[in-house]
Each structure stands twice: as C-alpha cells, then as structure tokens.
Design a protein around this ligand. Sequence first.
Ligand SMILES: Cc1cc2nc3c(=O)[nH]c(=O)nc-3n(C[C@H](O)[C@H](O)[C@H](O)COP(=O)(O)OP(=O)(O)OC[C@H]3O[C@@H](n4cnc5c(N)ncnc54)[C@H](O)[C@@H]3O)c2cc1C
Ligand SMILES: NC(=O)c1ccc[n+]([C@@H]2O[C@H](COP(=O)([O-])OP(=O)(O)OC[C@H]3O[C@@H](n4cnc5c(N)ncnc54)[C@H](O)[C@@H]3O)[C@@H](O)[C@H]2O)c1
Length: 467
Amino acid sequence: MHNPVALGTAESAAETPVTEDYDLMVIGAGMAGIAAAKKCAAEGWRVAIVDSLPYGGTCALRGCDPKKILRRGAEIIDSARLMRGKGIDDAGLTMNWPDLMAHKHGFTDPVPQSMESGLDRAGVDTLHGHARFVGTHQIDIDGTRYQAERFLIATGARPRPLNFPGFEHLIDSTDFLELDALPPRILFVGGGFISFEFAHLVARAGSTARIIDRGARPLKSFDPDLVELLVDRGREVGIELRRSTQIADVKQTGDGYQVTLEHDGIEETVEADLVVHGAGRIADLAALGLESAGIEWSERGVRVGAHLQSTSNPAVWAAGDSADTAGLPLTPVAVSEAKVAASNMIKGTTTAPDYAGIPTVVFTIPELVRVGLLESEATEQGIDLTVRYSDTSGWYSNYRIGESTATAKVLIDRSNDLIVGAHLLGPEYSELVNTFGLAIKLGITTRQLKSTTAAYPTIGSDLGSML
Ligand SMILES: Cc1cc2nc3c(=O)[nH]c(=O)nc-3n(C[C@H](O)[C@H](O)[C@H](O)COP(=O)(O)OP(=O)(O)OC[C@H]3O[C@@H](n4cnc5c(N)ncnc54)[C@H](O)[C@@H]3O)c2cc1C
Ligand SMILES: NC(=O)c1ccc[n+]([C@@H]2O[C@H](COP(=O)([O-])OP(=O)(O)OC[C@H]3O[C@@H](n4cnc5c(N)ncnc54)[C@H](O)[C@@H]3O)[C@@H](O)[C@H]2O)c1
C-alpha cells in the first residue's frame, strides 16, 4: 500500500495539488491491469495501480475461479448419478452449500493480499479508491490527484442495466456467488454463459432452474447443434428454457417473486424464490469521467485502435473487458491484450493482439466448448470445409463414466488441412480444446496432429478419432 506525498501543482486549471507523477497509471487491478502493471514495472517504469475493490478483479474473486469451485459440488453429484446402477449408489448424496462456500472462500479470501504483495514486490505502487479522470493526464482518486504520462484503463465490465419494472429485485452474478443458501426455485434472466452455468450448478444442488431468454437461440456464440443437445441434457436434470420471451415485470410477494413473462403477446406469471441477472455485461466506464480526458467510449468499451491505444487520447490505452476490441470478454483475452498494450507502450510499437486459437468454454455439465470459427462463419468466408461430426457418447471415455451426451464437430479447411474451428460438448472437453487451440494458433495440420501419440486411455487419445 502506497502513502501519497504531495509533489506540486496540477498542469491544468485545476487547483488541487498533484500528488505523484508516474510513467503509467493502471486503473483496475483485475487480471488485465495486474499483468500490464508488472510488465511495465519490470522495465524500470514508475507504475501505480488502483482499484476501488479488493485486488484480484472479477475472474479471481467474483467469476471464473469461485464459480468453478462451486461447480465441483455439482460435478460430483452428476458423476454419481450417471453411475447409478453401474456400481455407485448415490442415494443420500447431497451438496452441502455452506461447506462448499467455505471451500470457495478458502481460495478467494487470500487473493487480494497475495495480488497486492506480488505488485509491491514488483515495485508497483498499490492505491485504493475510485479513479476518475480530471484532465488528459490526470486522475482523481477519492480527492487525491495523480498525474501520469500514460494510463491503462482496465476497469472490466458490470451487469447490463435492465429497465423492466421490478428489475431492482434481481441479484447479479456477484451476489449469486456469495449466497448463504440456495432457495428451491431460481429464475435466470438471459440465456447466456452466466445463466447456463449457474442453472447447471443449482439443478444438481436440488433447486429448480428456469432460464428466460428474449432470443430464439440461447448461447448464440456457440455451435447451434451442440447448444440444442445441451438444452436437452439440461431438461433431463430439470432446467427449463423459455425462448423468445421477455420479462414484463418482477413483483415481490412476501419472501418470493412473481415474474410476468411475455411470449408472442401472451402473458404468464411464474413464481420464483430468486431472480438472477444473466442478461449480459457492459464495460464499466460510466463513472470514470472519460469526457474530462477526451476519451471516446461506448458500452462496448474504450474505443481503441488495433494496437489498443485510445482513438482520441494518445496517452490512454485499454485492455480486457473495458476495451472495445474484437476479443471476447474472457480472462485469457484480457491478459493477452494487457501484455500487448504494455509491450506497445514500452517499445513504441504497434503490435495487435492475436486472438487466434483462444478457446471459450461454458462450464455446464457437460461443458460446451468452442475455438475458432463457427460453421456458418467459415461458410460465409468461402472456406471449402470438411465437417467431421462425431456423436462421441458411445466412445469408451464416455461409456466409462456413463455420460450419454457428448459430441464433437471439427471444421477443417480442405485446401490446406488446417483446423478452422472445433466445437465440443462433453466431459473434460474443456481440456481437450486446448490442443485444438494450439493447432489453430500454430498452424498444425490434422495430418500432423494425428501423427502425435496421446497417453491411453485419456480424453486426449480421443482427439485423433475426432479428426
Ligand atoms: C460470473 C462470471 C464468470 C466468469 N467465468 C469466466 C470463465 O470461466 N472463464 C473466462 O475466461 N472468463 C470468465 N468470466 C469473464 C472474466 O471474469 C473477465 O473477462 C475478466 O475478469 C476480465 O478481466 P479485466 O481485468 O478486464 O477486468 P476485471 O477483472 O473485471 O477487473 C476490473 C477491476 O477494475 C476495478 N474498477 C472498475 N472501475 C474502477 C474505478 N473507476 N476505479 C478503480 N477501480 C475500478 C474493479 O473493481 C475491478 O477490480 C466470467 C465473468 C463472470 C461475471
Ligand atoms: N465461462 C465463461 O467464460 C464465462 C462465464 C460467465 C460469464 N462470462 C462472460 O461474461 C459475459 C456476460 O455473461 P452473461 O451470461 O450475462 O451474458 P451473455 O452475453 O452470455 O448472454 C446474455 C443473454 O441474455 C439475453 N438477454 C439480454 N437481455 C435480456 C432480457 N431483458 N430478457 C431476457 N433475455 C435477455 C441475450 O439474448 C443473451 O442470450 C459473457 O459475455 C462472457 O464473456 C464468461
């Protein structure tokens, strides 16, 4: 933790004294901000980082990591159920939510201190408070003013504001990951990552899950055939999906909620004990005073050029969920963009991030995975495709664990034998996709991939047969 010392006066008309003068100030101590701060400090730059919340950001504290710890409980319940009558008696097996939460806290609680210590060791000044631009090269942090030659905006994303009557009754993903108990009936607004992942979790914990999506197709960025298989598998464990349905309003009723749904002009009211926001996230920029620094932005993020520098203020860079780039709002993308932005600042270069081969996973049970192009995108690009579609449910790996929903769709460019997309639905396929990602990134042909030998029997040894 850094104690500021007053240095001089502000460069602009502002009269508040400027406390420090840095080579780089990073706003947001999530995965993007921390990666960039360390990289620039390693070059001998004077670097400061600030966050209004404990250090660690969404992924480590309120997203990927705690979510997947809680999912472990659901995995065990589901795995035992799949082995019912095959040697496992799952009668009486239950998820103890408070114990699972305590297990989660065992991971998340030490994160802020350990992140901050790592930054301290790297020579980065660690600041706390809400940052707001007050000039092209100045920010205010809770009444103290700082000046820097450059800024990296890495403020992440927040739930998209909703406007139907009663929206204030919804809890968001952060609240969900802190729940003391799971109530019996949970309704999720939106048919994306958050709703599907949480619905698969609560369904194994004994709650009923209902997902309301305003679109006809949930999980739109994934292969539509595989999404339908996942929806069917979800139905088997009690997850109900309503498509093309709007929320008309949410009313509190004693200790629960009445949610009025509207589909094709017809209204229907359903009961829920909890209503969860899974209707998308927007860049967290509205309270950052970007106008004071002439920084163009939208809800997609800070407008940046291909090398992540602001299109309107050359002192400003952006990375991760708060940058308007072609990269998806995912942790590996945030880290990769932050490293590219830092490298461009240090070397004065104009490198663009390379998003090729970065996989994305919906951590449902089983998991849904994508890397590379969708089949429709590849066809639109005129690629002469071979589509290798395999129902892998009967393969040894899935037979062994009793899973009856598993599929692979691999898209291969016939002209050069390169994989352009891989879409998988099945247990442990979130590990297998990393090999597909490697092949896409490094331009490994299917012939070369098939020439490698995996340990047997492993999920990796199924890869050759998927090609
Ligand atoms: C429930 C959930 C599950 C997810 N699961 C996955 C997953 O499994 N895999 C995956 O790849 N991605 C996942 N994501 C997405 C992933 O968490 C984000 O893409 C990633 O955290 C973005 O990192 P970031 O550094 O850009 O922003 P963040 O980690 O959000 O960090 C931004 C930081 O900026 C701070 N901040 C904001 N405004 C200010 C301000 N004005 N002053 C000071 N500080 C400020 C915030 O407090 C925050 O700590 C998930 C997201 C959610 C919500
Ligand atoms: N495993 C992961 O990598 C992971 C997990 C969770 C979140 N995330 C990140 O967080 C982001 C946000 O997740 P998310 O699930 O909130 O959003 P999302 O963008 O994945 O899905 C939002 C869904 O909500 C629907 N929707 C929007 N407004 C609605 C309304 N008023 N009523 C009904 N439906 C509505 C949309 O049609 C869409 O299907 C994701 O884009 C993802 O990048 C990633």
